[in-house]
Design a protein around this ligand. Structure first.
Ligand SMILES: O=P(O)(O)OC[C@H]1O[C@H](OP(=O)(O)OP(=O)(O)O)[C@H](O)[C@@H]1O
Ligand SMILES: O=c1cc[nH]c(=O)[nH]1
Ligand SMILES: [Mg+2]
Length: 218
């Protein structure tokens, strides 16, 4: 696995460890308000980390007393997410990149016994992506199929100049798949876990992020 473009927040202990720990902990994770807020907080932290790598330019700021100069983003990124589990992390990113335009994808895994995992993608609403910096957030990077299919679908709306993929928890298999299919991607993770199980769930993981945030699907 190539590591230059792979950043893992919990590799250096910080408050991010607390947020990820609460997402996983069976005695805490069923508080859905707290679960969503912890995903949002990780979205905020990852947005801040990504912001350190974006292009800036010098701009004048007029205060009541004088004019000063500071470095501001040359352009806002486009924020993208995958419904439905992606919404809280996306919201955290939008809290920080508060002038960003957005792209939404509706995609979900179809988990049937003894078959390959299928991804149904039924909805894509995108702003222009041509030459934009794209940040695609989804909490769980399991097989990576949802993220890669969503990203490839988005390319119909323009080729971004840079792509960042952000997830709360990833599997090594999923990261390898994203790196193979989207080698230009910068990958930002809350945590990297051990493996996928036979149902393509991340272990130790946290269970089903969408269900914990929004209730079981029927
Ligand atoms: O890497 P993958 O193997 O593709 O799995 C990850 C996907 O699974 C979850 O969504 P899910 O299909 O459960 O839909 P949901 O958001 O409606 O719960 C998660 O939010 C990702 O989008
Ligand atoms: O572990 C996993 C895998 C896919 N989706 C989830 O919510 N969790
Ligand atoms: Mg789900």
């Amino acid at each position: 696995m190539q590591n230059d473009n792979l950043h893992i927040l919990t590799a250096t202990p910080s408050l991010a460890n607390h947020f990820v720990a609460e997402l996983r902990d069976v005695s805490v994770q069923h508080d859905s308000l707290r679960f969503r807020r912890n995903l949002e907080r990780l979205g905020e932290l990852l947005a801040y980390e990504i912001s350190k790598t974006l292009p800036y330019e010098t701009r004048d700021i007029v205060t009541p007393l004088a004019t000063t100069q500071t470095q501001l983003l040359t352009a806002q990124p486009v924020l993208a997410t995958i419904l439905r589990a992606g919404l809280p992390m996306y919201n955290g990113m939008l809290n920080y990149f508060d002038k960003a335009y957005s792209t939404f994808v509706g995609a979900y895994r179809v988990e049937e016994e003894n078959t390959e995992l299928q991804i149904n993608m039924e909805y894509l609403a995108s702003t222009d992506l041509h030459d934009k910096i794209l940040i695609l957030a989804d909490p769980m990077l399991a097989t990576g199929r949802s993220l890669v299919k969503s990203y490839k679908g988005m390319l119909r709306h323009g080729k971004p100049v840079q792509v960042h993929i952000a997830a709360a928890i990833a599997s090594p298999e999923g990261v390898a798949y994203v790196q193979k299919e989207v080698p230009e991607a910068h990958i930002w993770l809350g945590a990297m876990d051990e493996r996928l199980n036979e149902h393509f769930y991340i272990v130790p993981g946290l269970g089903d992020a969408g269900d914990l945030a929004f209730g079981p699907k029927v």
